[in-house]
Every structure is written in structure tokens, then in C-alpha cells.
Write a protein that binds this ligand. Structure first.
Ligand code: BG6
Length: 487
């Protein structure tokens, strides 16, 4: 791997501590890092290098999946880190940064390959990109790349504006838009499950699939993020990005080759075929809700409006369920249901594919119809897959459901951030969101946002600790289905 300089905006932030430093350390310890590299952390505050290195070490000790044992190795890792204070709006600070980057490149004798990682509030994305360009930081002998966190825009228009600005400094193939769900092992595995198994490939279509249910349920509430979340809601926070990305990965057709461009082309086709919603349809196809008081595991939980820094009149959604249709030959007539919410009954991200029943089920005549086959892909916190099939119980001769399961037990599996940073270092953009995907996702979401804004979609309430409002169950019941695995 080519040597490089990793330039991190937001170096004193929470994401850096919890995810980015541990990921860098794990890659380093796994030998997945270039032999020569430099890391420059940036933040507003003045922090001496020694302090910065000790903060990084602390973050690694606390949050890394690998616990550092070898102190010489840790020292070698930390010796690559420097800190530079920077006000994102001050062009002269970028000059200072350029000097430091060049000085480190000269000290290490490495070519200027620069990875810029923006782990900062979204309002700074464009000004940083502009200053990278204007200061000369972006003029490298080798490559330059930009990793950018979500949210990518607040709606279709702002996403387009942001992209326009970024594209003045970085070409599309230099921009790596993080959607950490694309870094999750089982989301990445979807591609292999579908395309490396002919028996699944053959039934992955409307002839055999009755419906698909994609759930991302969380038990946490708004936490300390009221300022952001109360203006975003579940629709922007989860649906526009993670949920639609999982939908694309689930529904996409076989790529000509397993390459970034072919996979992204297939994902784009899914979004192009996703049926747009009219303002009126939004009312029937989308369920919007907010959690009220409730309890989980015997602990009583506050309602959303009682959470710190949330106003008593907030009309924000903390839960969304949607029924969507992919109007192409493969998926004609198959409803895809997506559902996500805070303060639900369990933390679980899963994709359930329900297969059609046999219209001529011979067991139905005997009063014990076969239950539908399900393929359950567990994304988080368990990782694995279960295929449920009907089998005859040898004791009583009756049909029963049995599960063929694989569970990933290996705790050494790299985390999403490790995988994604590693891919960006290698220049592999397969599991990053392409602008086309982001734009098409916003295009689909925009009428939903408009309808929410216009107040034409009721805001249901659900008890904290539950599986969401009744309306979400009704959405499936309209086509004779139920959410699987809700206990
Ligand atoms: C983030 C959202 O993108 O994903 C959070 O902003 C959410 O609100 C989180 O909690 C969920 O991620 P995970 O990996 O825990 O499912």
C-alpha cells in the first residue's frame, strides 16, 4: 500500500475517539497500513502533540476491539501523529496545515498522497473542501481523497448544492461518502449470499419472494443529540441513507463483475426503479411516529418530548415505516417494507425475506399448512443468517419450522470503520455511497419531507420499548403480512 498522510478534521471529536483512532490502530496492528504514514489531527483548540498522542492512545485503549499489548508497537503508531489547530474558516490556517503536511512528508521521505477525513458538522463540509483546494493542500504528487461523514445535505436541494461545491475540489472518484451500514459485514455479505449461491439467486425475485422486511430498531432514545436529531428525524437520520442503502443491496441485480462500478450501477438501477410517491400516496405508504412514555426490561422510559432539550411541542419523527415498490421486472408486485425507530423493544438490524407459499400446499388439506420459508439476515448486533424451512417432527409426524443458521462468532472481525478506512486507503469505493445513489435517495425522500412539512401525514405515538405504532402493523396487514420476529 502506498504511503500517505491522513488529515483528520474533527480530531478532538467523539467519532474520532470512538471509531476512527481505534480503526486506524487496528489496521496498523493488522499490518493493513502503509509502512510509512503520517496522521495530522485538526481541531479548534490548541493541543500539544504529546497530549494529542496520549488522547489517541487513551481512545485506542478504551474503544479498540484489539487491546494494545505491545507498548513499542503503540509508540511506533503514536509517533506518526501530529496536531495542528485550525479554524475551518481561516485560509491562513490551511497554509499552516500545508506546511506541516509537507514537512512530515519530507521527514518521512514519502510522496504526497493525502486522505482528508471530514469528521465535523456538515455545515463545514463545503468551506473545508474549498480551502483544501485554495490552499494548495489538494495539489498532490500522488492521489488525494476525501472521506465525508453523513449527513450529506438536509434535503434534495442542499445535497445538490453541497455536491456542486465539493466537486470543485474533488472529482467523484476521489470522494468517499461514508454510510457506515455499508461497512457492516452482513451488508457486505449480501452480495455473496445472493450471487455466490445459485439456489438463492434463482429465487431472488417476484416469482418466489412474497415480501421483504428491512428493520433497524434501536433501544436508545435521542441521547445527547437533540439539536441535530430534532431537525432530522428518523426519515433523514436513517431512512434516506442506511435504510435505502440496505434496500439497494438487497434488491440489486447481479453485477456483470464484482467491481465498484458494476455494483454501484446495479444499485443505481434499484433507485431508478423505486416508485416515487405522490403527496397523497405518502399518507398511505409511510407511517410516521414519535415515542411516548413506556418501559423496557422493567425500567420506565420518558417520552420523546420529555427528553433533554426537546420541546414539548416537537413534531419530530423517531420512527418511520414505509412500504415501497421497485418497478422493474424482477420485483414487480413485491412490497418491500422498511422500518426504523428509536426506543424500540430491541436493538436489531435485520433483513427478512419471506418466500411465497405453495399455492398447492398438500399439507394445507391436512389442516397444517406449511409456514412460509424465511431467510433472515442478521446485521446487528448478531451477524449471521437463518433459513427457516418446514420439517416433519419425528415424534408426532407434524410439520414444524426448523432453522438452518450460521452465526458469525469471530470477535476479530474488523468493524465497519476499519473496513471502510481500509477500502479508502486502497482506493476501493465499492462500499461508499456514490453521488447518484445519494441524489436518487433524496429525490425519493423529498416528497415525504414535503408531506411531513405540510402536516398531511399523521404523527402516531408508540410506547417506548415497543415495536412501533399499530399503524406500522396495519401497513403490512393490508397485504396479508405481519412483521416477522417481533416478539
Ligand atoms: C447513525 C445515526 O447514522 O446510525 C444514529 O445517526 C443511529 O441515530 C446509528 O443511532 C445507528 O447505527 P448502528 O450501527 O448502531 O445501527
Amino acid at each position: 500500500m502506498e504511503s500517505m498522510t491522513f488529515i483528520l478534521f474533527g480530531a478532538t471529536g467523539d467519532l474520532a475517539k470512538r471509531k476512527i483512532y481505534p480503526a486506524l490502530y487496528n489496521l496498523f496492528a493488522d499490518g493493513k497500513f502503509p509502512s510509512s504514514f503520517s496522521v495530522i489531527g485538526l481541531g479548534r483548540r490548541e493541543v500539544p502533540d504529546a497530549q494529542f498522542q496520549s488522547n489517541v492512545e487513551q481512545a485506542v485503549q478504551t474503544f479498540s476491539r484489539r487491546k494494545p499489548q505491545d507498548s513499542a508497537q503503540m509508540q511506533q503508531f503514536l509517533s506518526a501523529f501530529r496536531y495542528c489547530s485550525l479554524n475551518v474558516n481561516h485560509p491562513e490556517d490551511y497554509k499552516k496545515l500545508l506546511q506541516l503536511a509537507e514537512q512530515r512528508e519530507a521527514e518521512l521521505g514519502i510522496k504526497s498522497n493525502r486522505l482528508f477525513y471530514l469528521s465535523v458538522a456538515p455545515e463545514f463540509f463545503d468551506v473545508i473542501a474549498l480551502n483544501i483546494q485554495n490552499s494548495g493542500l489538494g495539489h498532490t504528487e500522488g492521489w488525494k481523497r476525501l472521506i465525508i461523514e453523513k449527513p450529506f445535505g438536509h434535503d434534495l436541494e442542499s445535497a445538490r448544492e453541497l455536491n456542486e461545491k465539493l466537486s470543485k475540489a474533488f472529482a467523484e472518484d476521489e470522494i468517499y461518502r461514508i454510510d457506515h451500514y455499508l461497512g457492516k459485514p452482513m451488508v457486505q455479505n449480501l452480495e455473496a449470499l445472493k450471487f455466490a449461491n445459485p439456489f438463492l439467486q434463482d429465487v431472488w425475485n417476484h416469482d418466489y419472494v412474497a415480501n421483504v422486511q428491512i428493520t433497524a430498531a434501536e433501544t436508545v432514545g435521542v441521547e445527547e443529540r437533540a439539536g441535530y436529531y430534532d431537525h432530522s428525524g428518523a426519515i433523514r437520520d436513517m431512512v434516506q441513507n442506511h435504510m435505502l442503502q440496505m434496500l439497494m443491496m438487497t434488491a440489486m441485480d447481479k453485477p456483470a463483475q464484482v467491481t465498484a462500478s458494476d455494483i454501484r450501477a446495479e444499485k443505481r438501477k434499484v433507485m431508478e426503479a423505486l416508485r416515487p410517491l405522490t403527496a397523497e400516496q405518502v399518507q398511505n405508504e409511510i407511517v410516521r411516529a414519535q415515542y411516548g412514555r413506556g418501559e423496557l426490561n422493567g425500567k420506565s422510559l420518558p417520552g420523546y418530548k420529555e427528553e433533554p432539550d426537546i420541546g414539548p411541542d416537537s413534531q419530530n419523527d423517531t420512527f418511520i415505516a414505509a412500504r415501497v415498490w421497485i418497478d422493474n421486472e424482477k420485483w414487480a408486485g413485491v412490497p418491500f417494507y422498511i422500518r426504523t425507530g428509536k426506543r424500540m423493544a430491541e436493538k436489531s438490524t435485520r433483513i427478512v425475506v419471506e418466500f411465497k407459499r405453495d399455492a398447492a400446499d398438500p399439507y394445507a388439506a391436512q389442516g397444517q399448512p406449511a409456514t412460509p420459508n424465511l431467510l433472515v439476515i442478521s446485521v446487528n448486533p448478531q451477524e449471521g443468517a437463518t433459513l427457516s424451512i418446514n420439517s416433519k417432527n419425528p415424534m408426532n409426524g407434524k410439520l414444524e419450522t426448523v432453522h438452518l443458521t450460521f452465526n458469525e462468532q469471530n470477535k476479530e472481525v474488523p468493524e465497519a470503520y476499519e473496513r471502510l478506512i481500509y477500502d479508502a486507503l486502497r482506493g476501493d469505493s465499492t462500499f461508499f455511497a456514490h453521488w447518484d445513489e445519494v441524489e436518487l435517495s433524496w429525490k425519493w425522500v423529498q416528497p415525504v419531507l414535503n408531506a411531513f412539512q405540510a402536516g398531511t401525514v399523521p404523527l402516531h405515538t408508540y410506547a417506548a420499548g415497543s415495536y412501533g405504532p399499530e399503524a406500522s402493523a396495519k401497513l403490512l396487514a393490508e397485504h396479508g403480512f405481519t412483521w416477522w420476529l417481533d416478539d
